[in-house]
Design a protein around this ligand. Structure first.
Ligand SMILES: [Zn+2]
Length: 86
């Protein structure tokens, strides 16, 4: 069982959360300058790096808040983020 710490509710079971993907997926500045293939890749191919990744998590079966957490995709362990003071 994976435990996720919601900033409002504390430590909760992962079954209460929905993964929202990478937290910092930037929209291209000028989408019209991209090839059709690059635009489709941006829209449909999520990044899947190995290691520490900032991800959006929605506490859907709890308080309903979105939060950004850093998770090691190799171990599934949640890690402290440098910008959240933990
Ligand atoms: Zn919550």
């Amino acid at each position: 069982m994976l435990l996720i710490t919601c900033p409002h509710c504390g430590e909760r079971n992962e079954s209460e959360f929905i993964h929202g993907g990478p937290a910092r997926m930037r929209r291209p500045l000028d989408p019209s300058a991209l090839s059709d293939e690059a635009w489709v890749d941006y829209l449909t191919v999520p990044s899947n790096p190995l290691g520490a990744v900032d991800e959006k998590w929605w506490h859907a079966r709890g308080c309903g808040a979105w939060t950004v957490l850093r998770r090691d995709t190799m171990t599934h362990q949640f890690l402290p983020r440098s910008d959240d003071g933990r």
